[in-house]
Write a protein that binds this ligand. Structure first.
Ligand code: SAJ
Length: 426
């Protein structure tokens, strides 16, 4: 199937009742947006606390503007949540696709979602996979469903299955989800052209960007490629930061200068790449074709090597200090959010805590609201207010460029050794 742009209005959505399976960072915003368009939306989650929160109109994580959408939809009776997958016209699967220690995707949550949907099907439903997945996963999801419901398989040669399957990867940026869900272009890949069209009609109820139609495998790869592209470009910046440190030059000055070239646009180095997207998705491409993916694999390895490099930079600043106090500013994987998944900042604090047991590490985490379990168990790591961390520190390590840290003024840093992994205080 070549790519086409869906024309809104040409095929109106026939879906009135949607079940969204997985009420996390993607599922809950999508559920709230669809309910805001007047559809009846039932969110499904395995976590009873999440289900209870949503039914009270409460969002169990931090995302700007999501709370108002969820509270509004729940109070209008258009959004509710439950543990059991209901009967619906369309199912949106937005469950995690974690990666294993072998760096391949673990599809157990996709499989569980498919198995929960299968008994509810009557024929004619649309099942959409939104979770970021390796190529071929939409077909596997279809197989999970149809193995349980052979009555819905295609009959006769060239016949169509009685259920439609599509992949519509999410592409929203955490912190801007409620805006980007509406304004971003969308890719919709169907196992059949009909599935792509019906799914596009559903997304056109709220998506103001163009909706591009393709096949499911191309859609799966498009999502992975977008994040791998960013990872490769950040790896270039991170590699430059390490080379610059060796050469004794300021990497941010270097990048500023190079970016004055009309065709150069180098991204920003940092403490490493975190989050559950860019730090993970490129591995799904590597797993799909290990032989031809050396650049993508190397980029991942460069970015993954950055926390160890930052640890060394901090170590150089600890020389001559006895029982030092280190302020670690920020734990999230990027600015102004609370998400600590795959966060390089968390890894750096863990490394410092273990390499320097005689040190005290004061963590300021104004958005993250506390230490994750794997840091809380370190005896020399404590969560304190930002001003306290800075005041008591010998060495201040800026890990996340949270706006809150802009309030730290130069006088507070006077006389302290500073490791600024983000070029925040340049
Ligand atoms: N980072 C840098 N330097 C940069 C840019 C980012 O070190 O110049 C770091 C960040 O600090 C962070 C990580 O990279 O640790 C990822 O942050 P991000 O803002 O680049 O991306 P995410 O993970 O928040 O969201 C990405 C987005 N993908 C792309 O921009 C191609 C988003 O559109 C996707 O929807 C999301 O992944 C996803 O869910 O896949």
């Amino acid at each position: 199937m070549s790519t086409l742009i869906f024309k809104p209005g040409e095929t109106p959505s026939s879906v009135t009742r949607v079940a969204v399976i997985g009420l996390g960072y993607i599922g809950l915003p999508t559920a709230a947006i669809l309910a805001g368009k007047g559809l009846e939306v039932i969110g499904v989650d395995v976590n009873a606390a999440v289900v209870d929160a949503v039914n009270q109109g409460i969002v169990p994580f931090v995302e700007p503007d999501l709370g108002i959408h969820v509270a509004g939809a729940v109070s209008q009776g258009l959004l509710s949540a439950q543990l059991k997958t209901p009967v619906a016209d369309a199912y949106i699967v937005a469950v995690p696709t974690p990666f294993t220690t072998e760096k391949t995707a673990d599809l157990k949550f996709v499989q569980a979602a498919a198995e929960s949907i299968a008994p509810n099907l009557r024929g004619g439903e649309l099942i959409i996979l939104e979770s970021t997945s390796p190529p071929g996963t939409t077909q596997r999801m279809a197989d999970y469903v149809l193995d349980l419901r052979p009555d819905l398989r295609a009959s006769g040669e060239g016949g169509r299955t009685k259920v439609m399957f599509a992949h519509c990867p999410e592409r929203v940026l955490p912190g801007r989800i409620m805006i980007e869900l509406v304004t971003n272009d969308r890719i919709v890949g169907g196992l059949t052209a009909e599935a792509a069209n019906v799914a596009a009609a559903l997304y056109s109820t709220f998506c103001q960007g163009d909706i591009h139609l393709t096949d499911a495998t191309t859609a799966e790869m498009a999502k992975l490629v977008e994040n791998a592209y960013r990872d490769v470009n950040i790896a270039f910046a991170n590699e430059l930061s390490m080379i610059s440190s060796k050469l004794g030059i300021d990497v941010w000055d270097l990048i500023d200068l190079a970016n004055h070239h009309p065709r150069v646009n180098i991204l920003e180095p940092g403490p490493g790449v975190g989050g559950h997207c860019i730090a993970v998705d490129p591995w799904f491409i590597v797993a799909a074709d290990p032989t031809n993916s050396s650049l993508i694999r190397t980029a991942r390895m460069v970015n993954d090597s950055k926390p160890a490099f930052v640890e060394k930079e901090v170590a150089e600043n600890l020389i001559g200090l006895e029982r030092p106090t280190i302020a670690a500013l920020g734990l999230a994987f990027k600015a102004n959010i609370d998400d600590m998944r795959e966060s390089a900042a968390v890894e750096i604090v863990r490394r410092l805590a273990r390499s320097y047991p005689e040190s005290t590490i004061l963590v300021a985490a104004p958005h993250e609201m506390g230490l994750p379990a794997d840091l809380a168990c370190e005896a020399n790591v404590h969560h304190v207010e930002t001003d306290v961390a800075v005041a008591e520190a010998d060495v201040v390590v800026l890990l996340v460029d949270h706006d809150r840290f802009r309030e730290i003024d130069a006088r507070q840093l006077h006389g302290k050794r500073v490791v600024d992994t983000r070029g925040f205080w340049r």
